[in-house]
Design a protein around this ligand. Structure first.
Ligand code: FAD
Length: 495
């Protein structure tokens, strides 16, 4: 309520926010989460085949990652509603993010990948790598409920034909492949395949939420935090300002919104400590605006810098008619092409589903590449909004790296790219990312544990700490880094 004074306020409920909430509440701290999206507990999600207002954040039209098939636009009109997926659009890129209690965990593919140790050390040189791999990655994997597919079952399951096709074609072209762990309950998926439970991953549910099977954060970290009795959750509230309070601590201003996005009331509370967990984009935008507006004028000039796409690029290949990929496809990827060690251009490509519910002979991939380009957020005082200066041309290195791998596979298979999925006559899905990272880089915009320099009691705990690239799908790294940082913060700042 407006006027309240709370010890710890967490802005956002994705991976960073959920870790902070669990560890703070377990340490005895009354913790308040403020989340702009809805609490989906007890609600249902829409499938990818029949998206409605629940699918997108305050839009009247869907913005599907694959925008057309054979020249037919894939998007459709929907009711404006506080739906779960937000393709936030900047001048040069669409950044897909989850909105709701659980953040990105509600919409993502659940791929739970621990990064290569040498690459982690290269990206975050100030972090003790031995401690990360001995303690914090295992802790994160356990708390997230990461599990592995039964490999014998995988070989026979109809729903993974697409993944076996993608693997076999990559292997035949000399590329290594690897099974990828997931937070989706593979035992549940087996029952879906057997037809004994309600289908979710096998019913084209993924990027607009899963009604069953997925261990999203609301079922793992956040449920454990709630079980302490010290967690307080406020959804459909968007934080708009944070500034030092006259009485000590920080005053946090937020708009309560309704499901049409309209502001119902404006509230201000005071918090002794504020944990920024609004995601790479959300946290960076908020902090850049606070610095420019003079509310947190002492923030480092590096706040807003070092943002990248994790080298994301999507691509589809057209298989021969005698190589079906399956009309039934699990929405949860289980296999990746691992060409990261290639000095000519590292690529880790998820063999992605195309869960259209019908045979399309398409092999789809989300490639993660080592794109060195970075962008920065900046405040526009004429509009009061924060922009991102990433340009489409900056994604050229991602497409070039992926092209080497998929040209080779196409040559070996005698196949071609689909040119109809990301626009007309366009091969590369290079105008979007699922993996925004950076903007408040660890050890630059913050100290070595996410404390915002110059403002005791302000912390960054989410993907904005990671400088633009991690080489694999990022949520396990975000979670493990948050575990490391919050442990230190609780031990030293809250003792
Ligand atoms: P987020 O999870 O984005 O959480 C931030 C939260 O803060 C959100 O809930 C948001 O609504 C809220 N928020 C933002 N601003 C405010 C504000 N001003 N006030 C209040 N609340 C606010 N990663 C993987 O590792 N594996 C995958 O398989 C995978 N698949 C993906 C598929 C899709 C379609 C997408 C979009 C992402 C995928 N990702 C995947 C990426 C992963 O989900 C993100 O890296 C991760 O969620 C980022 O965690 P975070 O804690 O930084 O922020």
């Amino acid at each position: 309520n407006s006027g309240d004074h709370v010890p710890a306020l967490v802005i956002g409920s994705g991976y960073g926010g959920a870790v902070a909430a669990l560890r703070l509440t377990r340490a005895g701290v009354q913790t308040h989460i403020v989340e702009m999206g809805m609490d989906w507990t007890g609600q249902t999600y829409s499938s990818m085949l029949e998206p409605d207002g629940r699918s997108y954040w305050l839009r009247t039209q869907t913005v599907q990652p694959v925008s057309s098939i054979l020249g037919i636009p894939a998007d459709r009109t929907i009711t404006k509603y506080t739906g779960v997926l937000d393709p936030e659009t900047f001048a040069g890129i669409r950044v897909y993010q989850g909105r709701g209690y659980g953040g990105g965990s509600l919409v993502n593919g659940g791929m739970a990948v621990t990064p290569r140790r040498d690459y982690f050390a290269e990206v975050l040189p100030s972090v003790d790598v031995a401690a990360m791999y001995a303690t914090y990655f295992p802790r994160a994997n356990a708390a997230l409920g990461v599990n592995h597919v039964d490999q014998a079952w995988f070989e026979t399951a109809d729903c993974y034909r697409y993944a076996r096709v993608g693997r076999d074609q990559a292997n035949a072209s000399g590329y290594a492949t690897t099974f990828v762990p997931n937070v989706y309950d593979f035992d549940y998926m087996k029952k879906e395949q057997a037809g004994t439970v309600t289908r979710s991953a096998l019913a084209s549910e993924v990027i607009y939420g899963n009604n069953h099977g997925k261990r999203s954060l609301d079922k793992t970290y956040l449920a454990a935090a709630a079980a302490t009795g010290r967690l307080h959750v406020t959804t459909l509230h968007t934080v708009t300002a944070v500034a030092p309070a006259a009485t000590g601590g920080y005053s946090v201003t937020m708009n309560q919104i309704d499901t049409t996005g309209a502001t119902v009331t404006v509230k201000t509370v005071t918090a002794d400590r504020v944990f920024f967990a609004a995601g790479s984009v959300g946290t960076s935008k908020l902090l850049v605006a606070m610095r420019a507006q003079g509310r947190l004028p002492g923030l480092s000039s590096t706040v807003g810098q070092g943002w990248g796409t994790n080298g994301n690029v999507m691509v589809g290949r057209a298989n021969h008619v005698w190589v079906p990929t399956g009309g039934l496809q699990s929405g949860m990827p289980a296999m990746g092409i691992d060409n990261w060690a290639d000095p000519a251009g590292p690529v880790f490509a998820e063999i992605a589903p195309f869960p259209a519910g019908t045979e399309l002979w398409i092999s789809l991939y989300l490639a993660i590449t080592k794109n060195p380009n970075r962008a920065r957020f900046s405040y526009d005082s004429s509009t009061g909004s924060v922009g991102l200066n990433w340009t489409a041309a900056q994604n050229a290195p991602s497409a070039a790296a992926a092209k080497r791998v998929f040209d080779t596979i196409n040559a070996a298979q005698g196949t071609v790219y689909r040119t109809d999925l990301f626009g007309s006559n366009k091969v590369w899905g290079d105008e979007l990312t699922y993996h925004p990272l950076g903007g408040c880089v660890l050890g630059q915009a913050t100290d070595g544990y996410g404390r915002l320099n110059g403002y005791p009691g302000l912390y960054v705990v989410d993907g904005s700490l990671i400088p633009g690239s991690i080489g694999v799908n990022p949520f396990v790294t975000i979670t493990a880094l948050a575990e490391r940082n919050i442990e230190k913060i609780i031990a030293t700042d809250l003792a």
